[in-house]
Design a binder for this molecule. Sequence first.
Ligand code: UDP
Ligand code: MG
Length: 321
Amino acid sequence: MAQDLLTVVVAAYNEAEALPALHPRLSAVLEGLRDDGVDGRVLYVDDGSSDGTWAVLQRIAAGDPRVSLLRLSRNFGKEAALTAGLDRVVDGAALILDADAQDPPELIPRFVAKWREGYDDVHGTRIARDGEGLLKRGTAHLFYRLIGRLSKTPIPQDTGDFRLLSPRALAALRQLRERHRFMKGLFGWVGFEQVAIPYQRERRIAGSSKFNFWKLWNFALEGITSFTTAPLRLATYLGVATALLAFVYALWIVLKALLWGDPVAGWPTMMSAILFLGGVQLVALGLIGEYLGRLYLESKQRPLYLVDAWQPATGVSSQQS
Ligand code: UDP
Ligand code: MG
């Protein structure tokens, strides 16, 4: 029987508590898929965890011949960890899953079915988020709307990284080597046939979220600055509008002086004009700096991640019958 190869890529950072609960569920799902002719494998990427994650992963790998392990030299962040994982998937399709089972592994067969219908990018869209506060849901909502407006690349709303990529989508993604990896945007940029699967985002099975408000804020900035130069355009418009206003006001001052003389007042107006212009200029400078900084980091061409250990699956070939 012809086998479709599918590798589930899981980035894990300090997930020693969640992984032992996740793996049996994942393993059961892959077992079920085998009857459908899908050769399922798992690749765990330890993103420089400081707890017992690596030891837990080794135990899991020792008991399951389908499991490969990759360990990064330090914590590079989820996007880099996923890139590292996807780089190692040389054959077949890849599916990205969170280690905390917030994206339920039981949905994988639905993703596979869509892939077999011919879709290249099957992504889960959250219709509900369990166990996430109003603030997180609200800001996430706002962020997706904002970036949807600003970015020319279509970025599906409320879509995380729970996603299956066909071999050709994966190959395309591998060509994008930018340092600032806003994955949601990169997937959108790749294109091909996309389809969304609505699902309920569940509660974390164990441990706590690795993203605090500050990290998410920076993540949002990252997304906006890597996918659109709209803020730069905004600075231009702001400049033009300010100049126009200033011009009209200057005309009025001159006219006033000609008509009624100049009694040398207007210190308050002068101060507010100077402060206002100073503020606008600093903001615009900051914006330019933001993009320039990114350009600088990009130009160093450093690798996106460094590998500490690679442990391929032991029994992949013996699995195929
Ligand atoms: N993660 C990672 N590196 C990091 C932070 C997170 O690999 O630096 C992984 C984490 O182990 C989990 C996934 O990314 O599998 C999502 O993280 P988390 O559940 O903390 O984010 P949330 O679901 O709260 O957005
Ligand atoms: Mg999570």
